[in-house]
Structures are given as C-alpha cells and as structure tokens.
Design a protein around this ligand. Structure first.
Ligand SMILES: O=C(O)CCC(=O)C(=O)O
Ligand SMILES: [Fe+2]
Length: 240
C-alpha cells in the first residue's frame, strides 16, 4: 500500500496529453482517466481527478492481486458475522472489480472533493487514504462523521450491490470527501464487483433469505437526510 501511494503523485504529473490519451471517454468499458472538474455529485462539481497510465500496470496488478485476496477473506468474515455460512456470498463475486487512483488538489475552503454518494454495483469498497483526511460518512443518526486516516489501514464501505443482496439489511455507506485546503490528498479505492450475469431472481432469493434471518435496523434519522439507493428504488430495474 505504501509503495503504491509513493508511486501515485508522478502519475498525476504526466502531461495533459498523456492523461487525455487514456481518458475514459475513449474506453468501451468506461475505464480510464477523468480530468479535474469532469465529475458532478449531488449537483456540485467534484474537485478531483484520476489517471490510468500504462506505466502503472505492474503496480496496479500487484496491488489488485493482494487486495483481492484480502477482499475474499473479508467477504467470508462478513458472512460469518451475519451468522451465515462463510461461502454465502461467493457466488455473487465476479470479474468486475476496479482500482482507482484519486487526486484531490488543495482547494478553497468547503470545496467538494466528491459529494455525498453510495458506491455502486459491487459488494464492498476497500479504500486506502493518505494522511490528509477529509473523508466523512453518514452515521445512523444522519450526521456526517470524520473518518480520520490511520496509517496502514483500509476503510471498508458497503456498496449498493451488497445492500441489494442483503435486502437492505446491510445498508450502503453514504460518504463524501471535503477537499483539502492546503495539501494535495490522494486515495486508492478498490471496488469489489459482483458478477455481470447476476440475475434479478438470484438477487431477490438472497435478499428474502437474509431479511428473514436478520432484524431491520432503525435508521429513520439517517434516511431522512440520505441519498437514494439505486438498486432498492422502484425507479430502477432491480425492483419490479
Ligand atoms: O477518496 C476517497 O477517500 C473516497 C473516494 C470515493 O468515495 C470514490 O471514489 O467512490
Ligand atoms: Fe465512493
């Protein structure tokens, strides 16, 4: 993790042409570079960028192999915490996991690094942040709380895919980043994906099974201020 953090700043120092050459708009799979200010969350511009450069390939592959081993173990532990067999979620995993390097340049006070959101279709996000801070999560009472950096640690967020698989019992983590004001912040999120051919019926079967076993959380205060969960919303195809 440390080696990867050390390698990130020079990647962002590449020329604008080098970064634009791998812009995600050129990629059929929507993977690649996103320039500063190109993203909007909750109707505000996000002040961050992320590159994907061939020079980083070996490092990315090593990081992904190691973090994926950890992710597999973690998913087993979560199943056990829910009093389910360790392999309960194995069949949901696929080959759609993604790694991102993110840079948040120093900005005016109260700028949005990334606005309030829940990570999308996967199971969990394994996030390594540097020592600058700015990450916040929405707690059960609907209050934003800081997630202070702890050297050598990962922050693990529940994604909307896992929320749907558990019928909403394991709510997706609403989080945001307040942009830094005096130093650049870097982070490395790894998004553990679900398999692409997961069907709605499989999802519903799992959700019904899990909802039967685990009592629902009382999170009314959080829901009053939260952002929507796409896969649980009747507006989206996952709920008929
Ligand atoms: O940079 C961070 O700490 C969070 C990044 C994030 O939430 C995302 O890219 O989805
Ligand atoms: Fe996120």
């Amino acid at each position: 993790m440390r080696r990867t953090h050390d390698a990130i700043p020079p990647l962002f120092d590449l020329s604008a042409e080098a970064k634009e050459s791998c812009n995600m708009i050129h990629s059929p799979s929507f993977l690649g570079y996103t320039r500063l200010g190109a993203e909007t969350t909750a109707a505000r511009t996000d002040i961050r960028e992320y590159p994907d450069h061939p020079g980083a390939q070996a490092l990315v592959e090593e990081y992904m192999t190691k973090i994926d081993e950890l992710a597999q173990k973690f998913v087993h532990l979560v199943a056990e915490c829910l009093s389910l067999p360790a392999d309960t979620f194995d069949d949901f995993k696929g080959k759609m996991s993604r790694l991102k390097f993110v840079k948040y340049p120093a900005s005016a006070p109260d700028s949005q690094g990334v606005g309030p959101h829940k990570d999308s279709a996967g199971l969990f996000t394994f996030l390594s942040q540097d020592n600058i801070g700015g990450l916040q999560v929405l707690n059960k009472n609907g209050e934003w709380i800081d997630v202070p950096p702890v050297d050598g640690s990962l922050v693990i967020n529940i994604q909307q895919g896992f929320e749907a698989i558990t019928g909403g019992v394991c709510a997706a983590t609403t989080h945001r980043v307040i942009a830094p004001t005096s130093q650049t912040r870097y982070s490395i999120p790894y998004f553990l994906g679900v398999r692409l051919d997961l069907t709605l019926d499989e999802l519903k079967e799992s959700a019904a099974h899990i909802v039967r076993r685990i009592p629902a959380a009382d999170d009314r205060k959080k829901r009053a201020v939260d952002v929507p969960s796409e896969f649980l919303s009747p507006l989206y195809a996952c709920v008929r």
